[in-house]
Design a protein around this ligand. Structure first.
Ligand SMILES: O=C(O)C[C@H](NC(=O)Cc1c[nH]c2ccccc12)C(=O)O
Length: 439
């Protein structure tokens, strides 16, 4: 029976490629996944999954880094023109582009949930013949939005998993859930889904990523190196004046931002673990001969533990307030995203390793990988599941890439999608073999 299921996943290859390339072509960045979400909803509904959508699974006030209302409206129109399914769109309207699909088998057993993300990056895709998506006609048609992190693959894995689990539903026990999350980039979306309670009943949780420098054929069963992070926008508001005639009447927002930037980059000494601060964007001023009355910054802090990040973030707020005070300007901080660091639970990682050993395409299995991993907001879900006594992990499926993540030439070997679907399917299928203690 198990071989029949693995063969079934192989038979989906052409469909998976079709889905992935369609999603890649119509890339939609965070909170703007209107077309994507409607297509996922229609397909999972057709397959017979129960759906919870939009506000049911996203807490409005916990959304971080939401685009402004005009952008949300414009992008929803754009999505309609690009084939978003209007009968499903009302659920997602206004920036609620998430859904949770549930399959109740009616037989006793745990709740097993997998999370995939759906958003693209704010990046222009390379439109040259040396880039396969362009050559083969599926490069992004949306300027400034590109699937350069593989989330088109993740969404496709979610769809393929939904098909496979439904096809073999008679073999499954307990409850299966697939969580389709918006706005992972900038770590903006997961918290709002956690606050809506989407993982509150989950016993076993897995989030996934493809690529990230892990070699093809390798599975990282429990990535444990994500940094806690906080993303903030800062606005300084001063007073403009004549730079030659009345400079003393000005309140210089540009200098406050510049001082803050230099000071922020000195904050990363911490005995508790690694720490980072980055001012990634600084914009200020309006003209050569005007004392700058406006400045804005996009900032992130990170820490090897939640405590380190919390400490660095607290100091970051003090430094910004201090720099504003130096130049007598107002300042305002807006929280734009956040994620936690989270350790996978060992018995579940062990089970993942055991199950993956049955998949021919996975030639190497490691528990974790000692590499700087950046951040991931699925850690909010992991932490919630663990807090309730559940098991949680983060799986990385290695694959060949044409360029690094977040690069305009990013592309991946599509065969990794079937490998991931097989792995997640076996976890669900064989969950009754899970043991807390090592045998
Ligand atoms: O903080 C963010 O905006 C999230 C973003 N996240 C990623 O790029 C995902 C990521 C980075 N490295 C790894 C390694 C494994 C899985 C996922 C990743 C980052 O760290 O800048």
């Amino acid at each position: 029976m198990q071989q029949e299921i693995l063969d079934y996943v192989d038979s989906l290859a052409a469909d998976l490629q079709h889905w992935r390339r369609d999603l890649h072509h119509y890339a939609e960045s965070g909170w703007l996944e209107f077309r994507t979400a409607t297509l996922v909803a229609a397909e999972l509904h057709r397959l017979g999954w129960q759906l919870q959508m939009g506000r049911e699974v996203i807490s409005a006030e916990h959304r971080m880094g939401l685009p402004d209302a005009a952008t949300l409206q414009r992008e929803e129109q754009r999505a309609i023109e690009q084939g978003a399914l209007t009968e499903w769109l009302p659920h997602f309207s206004g920036g609620f582009c998430g859904l949770v699909a549930t399959l109740e088998t009616g037989r006793p057993g745990p709740v097993v949930a997998f999370r995939v993300d759906m958003d693209a990056l704010d990046l222009n895709e390379r439109l040259q013949d040396d880039h396969r998506p362009f050559r083969d006609g599926f490069a992004s048609c949306n300027a400034g939005m590109m699937h350069a992190c593989g989330h088109d693959g993740h969404t496709t894995i979610g769809i393929g998993l939904a098909r496979t689990l439904m096809t073999f539903a008679a073999q499954l026990n307990g409850t299966l859930k697939i969580i389709f999350q918006p706005a992972e980039e900038g770590t903006r979306g997961a918290k709002a889904m956690v606050e809506a309670g989407v993982v509150d009943e989950v016993d076993f949780f897995g989030a996934i990523h493809i690529g990230t420098g892990v070699p093809a054929g390798e599975l990282v069963c429990g990535c444990d190196s994500f940094m806690a992070t906080t993303k903030l926008d800062v606005d300084f508001h001063g007073v403009a004046s004549h730079a030659g005639g009345r400079p003393e009447e000005g309140r210089n927002a540009l200098l406050a931002a510049a001082q803050a930037t230099l000071a922020l980059h000195t904050l990363t000494q911490h005995s508790g673990g690694s720490a980072r601060v980055n001012v990634g964007v600084l914009r200020a001023g309006s003209g050569r001969n005007v004392v700058a009355d406006r400045a804005s910054m996009k900032v992130e802090t990170r820490g090897g533990s939640n405590q380190v990040n919390d400490d660095i973030f607290a100091r970051t707020q003090q430094v910004i307030a201090g720099a504003a005070a130096m130049y007598d300007v107002e300042h305002h901080i807006t929280l734009m995203g956040s994620a936690r660091s989270s350790q996978p639970t060992a018995p579940w990682v062990r089970f993942i390793r055991q199950q993956a050993a049955q998949i021919a395409q996975i030639t190497s299995r490691v528990d974790s990988k000692n590499q700087a991993a950046g951040s991931e907001d699925a850690t909010w879900m992991m932490e919630r599941v663990k807090a309730r006594g559940g098991q949680a992990s983060y799986l990385i499926f290695g694959c060949d890439l044409s360029a690094g993540h977040h690069n305009e030439k990013f592309d991946f070997d599509e065969s990794v999608m079937a490998t991931a679907i097989k792995t997640l399917t076996l976890l669900a299928l064989n969950i009754d073999q899970y043991r807390e203690e090592e045998k």
